[in-house]
Ligand binder design. Structure first.
Ligand code: ZN
Length: 241
């Protein structure tokens, strides 16, 4: 089966540079509308803080059949915390997110930075799947099981998906089962803001058009769009077989 997974990291606009939440207020509804229209499911990794601030959107994510995952409590990096701080941050996020979804089993750390030695904390909190690895950075990790957690790396970084589709589509099709991630703030025009270039180029309409093109292109080749959970179940089998 040809498969692709779309994940969305729900956080403040381009953290830690901004604390505004235009992405969630304006970008997230557009993403949900697109997925509804295209009849595809995705995994939304949400920070505990944003879930507290925007409960109605979290309910909408779940009502429309998507998977809710955890993206920490604030967007603070776990690799800059000691183990006890990481345990507290994780528990704080889990407490909030489980109010919306009891079965919370997928995790992605902010900035895709999660020390291996903290994986047992994920297991203690009941997580089974992690997507905190970046396949596009050395040592170019592949899917694997560590500390009972199934780890599925992100295939490419989100800003790459704002380049012309003729650049990223061939690359994604070359990968066995791509897993991509985007942020709601990328679907709001950030071009006038004094932030890093990679956070603002082709944001807004262009980013949304690119995502539509991506979805149509993969649909045309009969890919199935799977959530982290749906896909990890299959990968689990593949890893064990
Ligand atoms: Zn993030």
């Amino acid at each position: 089966m040809k498969k692709i997974t779309i994940t969305i990291d729900v956080e403040e606009d381009c953290p830690p540079m901004l604390i505004s939440t235009r992405g969630i207020e304006e970008g997230l509804p557009k993403l949900l509308d697109l997925f509804k229209k295209e009849r595809i499911k995705a995994t939304f990794f949400v920070t505990g803080m944003m879930a507290e601030q925007f409960p109605d959107l979290i309910y909408r994510i779940l009502e429309e059949g998507h998977e809710l995952g955890c993206h920490g409590y604030t967007h603070a990096r776990f690799d800059r915390m000691d183990k006890e701080e990481a345990r507290i941050a994780l528990n704080q996020a889990v407490k909030v997110l489980r109010r919306f979804e009891k079965k919370l089993i997928s995790f992605r750390a902010p900035n895709l930075q999660f020390p291996e030695k903290y994986l047992t904390l994920l297991e203690e909190e009941g997580f089974r799947y992690d997507s905190s690895l970046a396949a596009y950075k050395p040592p170019f990790p592949r899917s694997r099981v560590e500390a009972k957690i199934i780890r599925i790396p992100a295939t490419i970084t989100s800003s790459f998906l704002r380049l012309p589709p003729s650049l990223f589509l061939p690359l994604l099709k070359h990968v066995k089962a791509p897993l991509i991630f985007v942020h709601p703030w990328e679907f709001v025009d950030m071009s006038k803001l004094p932030i890093r270039l990679d956070c603002k180029f082709n944001t807004g309409k262009e980013a949304l058009q690119n995502l539509k093109t991506l979805i149509h292109s993969f649909k045309a080749e009969n890919y199935r769009f799977l959530t982290m959970e749906e896909r990890a179940c299959l990968e689990n089998y593949e890893l064990r077989s």
